[in-house]
Design a protein around this ligand. Structure first.
Ligand code: F6R
Length: 603
């Protein structure tokens, strides 16, 4: 949701800024721009369209200078036009600013600035910031003081980086939107996310809200909001640059689907202790008095959360999963014995963060289940569990979902032990399947018939996905992935609900994917017959040994025999492949689907 990159240090800025923007395009791809001070003025190049369009536009006429800021946009205020593209400037073009987030009081600030004679050229909320800096410079402040004074006037969420003509410095801050500092000897970077500069450095400082950073040729200094110097730890990220590159794959999504055996291996490694217990890096004793587990999440992570509730409920532990935005709208009763678990691969999703804040305000215990060390969710919760899936660049979540579910299975055992004194009854069987999960995923990747099924059904009127119990979240996730990257109509339903309304939509041109994983099989098989009676072809996704389920199918996608809870991850891999191949056949923009961005930092 908007990507920021900035750099200071030896060497030309433009190439690294454009590389950073390309690496950040998963956060927004409506428009892109860079601003590079060249000693005389600030050279700004920005336009509607992709980073590649920007690269072509400046090819042969690159801006010269060794500090600069860049931005790739996902529109919130104003459509994707050249004028609304970042960086934004003041009236004189001597201040340039890039921003991620939303400035809530921009209307009021804009009115005041216009009344004072400032002229605006865009419809964005961001443009108030360079004008505010201009105003404070005109009042005699130096650039750093002018930046601070401007920031003091803002309400809302923001990561901001500014540069001022005539200086050799960048000024940055954050409040509720991510910003990370990268350090490579004399060269320094600021970005919304580590993959932006991972090929330049893996040494990072995760900035905190209200930190103010000043970067120049001498290095970086971090201050708190009162201007006192801060010492933030430098951490080395474990991701390699190749993890965040497409390599020989056509799409990041397909690469990430294929990375799932490795990702799951990382997720599961060193988590089981000798006595059959689970170690997720959290303190189990904190949770002995918990009386209810609430998962809060959005989109794909919400589906992982539903799986968490399924596993806990089945083990006799009270649990619920909420869409984070609805949890905020209507919070359930919470107290110090409530545990609220935010499931968020990015750790930056605004709805989920707000749900966790509501929980904290009401005294609940909080945990983040995330792929992003240093993220806001990690900083704002009591404890964190890392899913260790490695970087995911494709906007559609794939490997992070698998790693989330695998993590939540282990979490369910840990919390069940804490809350009830004994673990999940069949946990040993679940662990056996978990240990085989990476290999089982690899078998699916090597043998899947998903491409053939995609060829057969691409272009259908709609696709439906049904499942019961632990297969229901997979039906929902299958449908979400399908609509997200194919732009075709797809819906997921609880198998038993079909006959209560959705069956009216079913016809011979609406293939139904039935996920059948074990418990409740006969009933779902009955639901399959109901849709077949209306002419719909049914693709059954089921374990190899599930003869009854496979017998009713028009087409089958099998998964290696596993415990049903673990088989849900496998079934989902088959559905990821179907969506991917349909999107490819329809020539969709797979890694950057229409209107979507990864990491949604607005509510
Ligand atoms: C869909 C997808 C989104 C995210 C959702 C939450 O493929 O990726 O639905 O799952 O925006 O994101 P996180 O997990 O970062 O909170």
């Amino acid at each position: 949701m908007c990507g920021i990159i900035a750099r200071v240090g030896e060497g030309g800025a433009v190439d690294e800024l454009l590389t950073g923007l390309k690496n950040l395009e998963y956060r927004g791809y409506d428009s892109a721009g860079v601003a590079i001070p060249n000693g005389k003025s600030i050279d700004i190049r920005k336009q509607e369209g992709s980073v590649d369009d920007l690269v072509s536009a400046i090819d042969g006429n690159e801006p010269v200078g060794n500090i600069g800021i860049g931005h790739t946009r996902w529109s919130t205020h104003g459509p994707p036009t050249d004028e609304n593209a970042h960086p934004h400037t003041d009236c004189t073009g001597s201040v340039a600013v890039v921003h991620n987030g939303i400035i809530d009081n921009h209307d009021e600030l804009r009115d005041r600035l216009i009344a004072e004679g400032h002229e605006f050229t865009s419809e964005t909320d961001t443009e108030v910031v360079p004008h505010l800096i201009e105003r404070h410079l005109a009042n005699g402040d130096g650039p750093e003081a002018a930046f601070r004074s401007a920031v003091d006037e803002l309400d809302g969420s923001y990561a901001l980086v500014a540069t001022v003509e005539g200086g050799d410095a960048l000024y940055a801050t954050r409040n509720g939107s991510p910003l990370v500092l990268g350090i490579d000897g004399d060269r320094h970077y600021l970005a919304s996310d580590v993959p932006a500069f991972l090929e330049f450095t893996d040494d990072v400082v995760y900035l905190e809200d209200h930190d103010v950073v000043v970067l120049n040729g001498d290095g970086y200094t971090i201050f708190d909001s009162e201007g006192r110097r801060l010492d933030r730890p430098v951490e080395t990220v474990e991701w390699s640059p190749e993890d965040a590159e497409k390599g020989s794959y056509d799409h990041f999504m397909f690469k990430e689907i294929n990375e799932q055996p490795v990702a799951l291996g990382q997720t599961l490694s060193d988590r089981f202790t000798g006595d059959g217990d689970v170690d997720l890096g959290i303190d189990p004793d904190r949770y002995v008095d918990v009386d209810h587990v609430h998962f809060v999440a959005c989109g794909t992570s919400y589906h992982a959360g539903l799986q968490g509730t399924h596993i806990l409920t089945r083990a006799g532990v009270p649990a619920s999963t909420y869409r984070a935005s609805e949890f905020v709208a209507t919070p359930p009763p919470l107290n110090e014995d409530s545990l609220v678990v935010g499931v968020t691969q990015s750790g930056e999703t605004a709805d989920t963060l707000e749900a966790l804040r509501v929980a904290t305000r009401r005294g609940a215990k909080t945990i983040a289940v995330t792929n992003a060390p240093g993220s806001t969710a990690v900083r704002e919760t009591d404890e964190s569990i890392f899913i260790r899936a490695g970087p995911e660049i494709g906007v559609a979540a794939t490997k992070t979902f698998s790693s989330q579910v695998a993590t939540l299975i282990m979490f369910a055992e840990l919390i069940t032990r804490s809350m009830t004194g004994s673990g999940i009854e069949d946990f040993e069987e679940i662990v056996d399947s978990l240990r085989s999960l990476p290999d089982a995923v690899q078998r699916i990747l090597d043998t899947s018939r998903a491409e053939r099924i995609a060829r057969f059904y691409a272009g259908s009127e709609a696709q439906f996905f049904i499942g019961r119990g632990g297969a229901y979240p997979i039906a929902l996730e299958g449908a979400l992935k399908f609509k997200e990257i194919t732009y075709e109509h797809a819906e997921g339903f609880a198998a038993g609900e079909l006959k209560h309304g959705p069956l009216a939509l079913v016809n011979a041109d609406t293939p139904v994917f039935a996920v059948i994983l074990g418990p409740g099989d006969e009933k779902t098989i009955g639901n399959v017959r109901e849709v077949q009676a209306r002419g719909a072809p049914v693709i059954v996704v089921a374990p190899e040994g599930a003869d009854d389920a496979l017998a009713v199918a028009d087409e089958v996608l099998t998964v290696p025999d596993s415990h049903p809870i673990v088989a849900s991850v496998l079934a989902n891999v088959q559905l990821q492949l179907v969506s991917y191949h349909v999107a490819e056949l329809l020539s969709r923009s797979i890694d950057k689907p229409r209107n979507l961005a990864k990491s949604v930092t607005v509510e």
